[in-house]
Design a binder for this molecule. Structure first.
Ligand code: APR
Length: 258
């Protein structure tokens, strides 16, 4: 077990890079810290969304079912708070993981993020455990459609927005607090972790289960936690890298692919 190493520890990075190069199977598990450099605020940690400005309870599935109009009003405000002017694009951390997948080093990226930036960076096998905020789903007929035109209707006062096909209420196609994660995706993520020689958990406080427990399914091999703050897995990780993902992940990809 290593003490929290700063990202500048070249030996740790070199060792992790060689383990990744030798690994038959490896995945990354990512969180909001990956997208911070893209202008999307994180939920916890410095300037985290949950706290003074927004209350998690307002985004619980119970709130959606009891008060869909109020839910959508707050959801629109949350979306606008979390979306930088002109929208968000992938950053060097997303691109580094896409390169590692493209080179066959990573089998998949399992993400808690709903911003679609891993796919935008070119990662092909992305498991979106918490869904995707660029889609909405009808609670009546299950139809999904693009979220932005529906958000526009909410801005114009249609609260809650209703499905054109059946009149059911649209819900953001994300996993709300109190909802179960998509079964098949969760099972796939656990199986991938179980088979992985290396799991890289990056940019996540690893506080929201079951996604945060994915590393615990790994059987043997090495866990690398790359995060500005300590997490509940940092103490038992083979690599505990307290540094910025936009620096560490590109440096790691460079070493693995050199
Ligand atoms: N580099 C490395 N780590 C970073 C960076 C960065 N540039 N920026 C922020 N971090 C770290 C923060 O220190 C924090 O520990 O990223 C972590 C982000 O943690 P959270 O905000 O809790 O995000 P996440 O772990 O993805 O949250 C899980 O909680 O609210 C729900 O559904 C939401 O998917 C989300 C889930």
């Amino acid at each position: 077990m290593t003490e929290g190493t700063d990202g500048g520890d070249p030996d740790a990075l070199a060792a992790l890079a060689s383990e990744l190069r030798e690994a038959d199977r490896a995945i990354a598990l990512t969180g909001a810290g990956l997208s911070a450099a893209s202008g999307i605020p994180t939920f916890r940690g410095d300037d985290g969304v949950w706290g003074d400005v927004f209350d998690e309870a307002d985004f619980h599935i119970r709130r959606f079912t009891d008060d869909p109009a109020g839910f959508w009003t707050d959801r629109l405000e949350l979306h606008e708070h979390m979306t930088p002017e002109g929208g968000a694009g992938p950053n060097a951390a997303h691109e580094a993981l896409a390169e590692l997948e493209n080179a066959g080093v990573l089998d998949a990226v399992v993400t808690q993020n709903t911003d679609g930036l891993h796919a935008a960076a070119g990662t092909e096998s992305v498991i979106e455990l918490h869904g995707n905020s660029e889609r909405v789903v009808c609670r009546g007929c299950g139809r999904t459609t693009a979220a932005e035109p529906v958000r526009e209707r909410v801005r114009e006062g249609e609260r809650p927005p209703e499905c054109e096909a059946c009149g059911g209420v649209y819900k953001p196609d994300v996993v709300l607090f109190g909802e179960l994660l998509p079964k098949a995706d969760l099972r796939k993520a656990k199986n991938l972790a179980r088979a992985s020689d290396v799991v890289v958990a990056a940019g996540s406080s690893l506080t929201v289960d079951p996604a945060a427990s994915i590393p615990s399914h790994q059987q043997g091999g090495s866990l690398a936690v790359v995060n500005l703050e300590s997490t509940r897995y940092s103490g038992r990780a083979e690599y505990d890298v307290r540094a910025d993902v936009t620096e560490v992940l590109p440096a790691l990809a460079e070493r693995v692919l050199e």
